[in-house]
Write a new protein. Structure first.
Length: 91
């Protein structure tokens, strides 16, 4: 599992990297310059009008690039991703 506090939407995105479970993301194993594929597409709906918050991003070489369909202030921008917390290495 890889998780990080997202600088765009403020949620903690938790990504499964165990290919035995779906969905699974490919992670390059570098906590300083992480690359995760495919894109992260998170959303939630709330309220009577079913307003939707969406966060859609690519993480490449330690940068997080938000796509234009994000609903937060960093839509369409790229920012540095803080270093990931060290993940415990299973054997
Ligand atoms: Zn996000």
């Amino acid at each position: 599992m890889v998780e990080f506090k997202c600088p765009g939407c403020g949620w903690t995105h938790i990504l499964n990297t165990d290919t035995g479970h779906r969905p699974a993301w490919a992670f390059n194993g570098d906590v300083d310059r992480p690359t995760l594929t495919p894109s992260i597409n998170a959303w939630r709906e709330y309220g009577g009008k079913r307003k939707t918050d969406r966060c859609h991003s690519f993480v490449t070489d330690g940068r997080i690039r938000f796509l234009d369909d994000c609903t937060h202030a960093l839509a369409g921008q790229s920012v540095d991703l803080p270093s990931l917390p060290q993940t415990s290495q299973g054997t």
